[in-house]
Design a protein around this ligand. Structure first.
Ligand code: ADP
Ligand code: MG
Length: 394
């Protein structure tokens, strides 16, 4: 299903409610990483240059439905202004009189940034009154916040259906285009690499990938549960004992479909992430040792698998990459993807950080910023914030 793009909207002289992802890390009112602001800025600039009154909004952090000064979007406004090359008027209000007044005063080409949407109790509840109030602020709607598109919140779902004219912003279009190419029509061989701490939260995605991919490579802490399911003594490793059966089912389903599953054949173990690691096979992991990274033979095997692929999706680090002694596996995967000519897509908070740390991001086809949203999309789930922007959606 094609997304409506904002290029098709007539925005000149009209008010555009623009849902952005400005959910940046803050410390003492300072923005620690402005990546999301930098990425959002061109959308703001484009709409302003086309003569819109831009009413930008976003959530930030886990505000609990009431104002929390530590989570104000105020510090983001000057950065957005700088990056978009236009003044941005911050309004310390979401759906009240102050916001309505500011929008009424704004002229075409001007940009307003509303306060943190989650200061309102109605936002996460997709509350109809909140949707009505937000909708009253604008004439058309654009959503460029892929990272929250899997949530049916007021600003992502309910408000959108109140606008006959609504569309996806360029970041949203880019995400959906790249992820659709992986999910719906991957050029084969298609290799999926999945890691990270745990299986829970990724079960549907794993099940889906084990159906769609030619090869599924399992690494990181979540591979431990699969190894356990195969009878490997994994010592003190992180495992999810209650998911051993789920792991067996995924392995069985992959086997019936002829999908190759690659598990670690050697690992780096240590009694703690602060102790030096020891490379070992799977047969002599000591009771007090934890698997904290994949070993060199596994790295080579994954490198070979990736170099033969024409589509690669990767989510989840191969080890505790935050510690230099257990980062080699994750770095090797990042380098293998960077060196590949395949269509390469990487998603997930920690995975994207690891890819940036390895200097590989620019060599990938697409780096997805929506962690949970990209996994749900690949699992085949309907994202409420996306469905409402599709051509023909009610
Ligand atoms: P993402 O944010 O990219 O989706 P996850 O949140 O699923 O990734 O997992 C990232 C975390 O997994 C990292 O903090 C990393 O330390 C941890 N991890 C990876 N391998 C292991 C392991 N073998 N044991 C424990 N934790 C691990
Ligand atoms: Mg994470």
């Amino acid at each position: 299903m094609a997304l409506r793009s904002m290029d098709t909207l007539n925005v000149a002289g009209r008010r555009v409610l623009l849902r952005l992802d400005l959910n940046v890390p803050l410390k003492d009112g300072r923005v620690l990483d402005d990546t999301r602001v930098r990425e959002a800025a061109p959308t703001v600039r484009t709409l302003a240059e086309r003569g819109a009154v831009v009413v930008a909004c976003s959530h930030l952090g886990r505000a609990k439905g009431r104002p929390d000064p530590a989570l104000s979007l105020a510090p983001v406004a000057p950065i957005l202004a700088d990056r978009a090359g236009r003044p941005v008027r911050f309004v310390p209000d979401v759906i009240g009189e102050v916001a309505a007044q500011a929008v009424a005063e704004a002229k075409p080409g001007e940009v307003i940034l509303l306060e943190n949407l989650r200061f309102e109790a109605g936002e996460e509840k997709n509350d109809p009154a909140m949707c009505d109030a937000l909708a009253a602020l604008a004439d058309v709607y654009v959503n460029d916040a892929f990272g929250t598109a899997h949530r049916a919140h007021a600003s992502t779902a309910g408000v959108a259906s109140r606008f006959p004219e609504r569309a996806a912003g360029p970041l949203m279009v880019r995400e959906i285009t790249a992820l659709s190419r992986v999910r719906d029509h991957p050029v084969r061989p298609f290799v999926a690499v999945v890691g990270g701490a745990k299986i829970s939260g990724k079960l549907e995605t794993l099940t889906s990938l084990a159906r769609r991919a030619d090869t599924v490579v399992l690494v990181g802490g979540m591979a431990n549960t699969f190894l356990l399911a195969q009878g490997v003594a994994v010592g003190a490793s992180l495992v999810e004992a209650d998911l051993v059966n789920a792991a067996r089912e995924i392995l069985a389903s992959a086997a019936t479909r002829g999908v190759d599953v690659v598990l670690p054949s050697d690992v780096v173990v240590a009694p703690s992430a602060d102790a030096p690691g020891r490379i070992t096979g799977l047969s002599d992991i000591r009771a007090e040792e934890m698997i904290l990274d994949i070993g060199p033979a596994t790295r080579t095997r994954i490198g070979d698998t990736v170099s033969g692929a024409r589509t690669v999706f990767w989510n989840g680090p191969a080890g505790v990459f935050e510690k230099p002694g257990f980062a080699a596996g994750t770095r090797a995967i990042a380098e293998a993807l960077a060196a590949s000519d395949a269509f390469t897509v990487v998603g997930g908070g920690e995975t994207v950080a690891a890819v940036q740390q390895a200097g590989a991001a620019a060599k990938l086809s697409h780096v997805s910023t929506g962690g949970g949203a990209s996994l749900e999309f690949l699992a085949g789930e309907t994202l409420p914030g996306v469905a409402v922007l599709e051509e023909g959606a009610a």
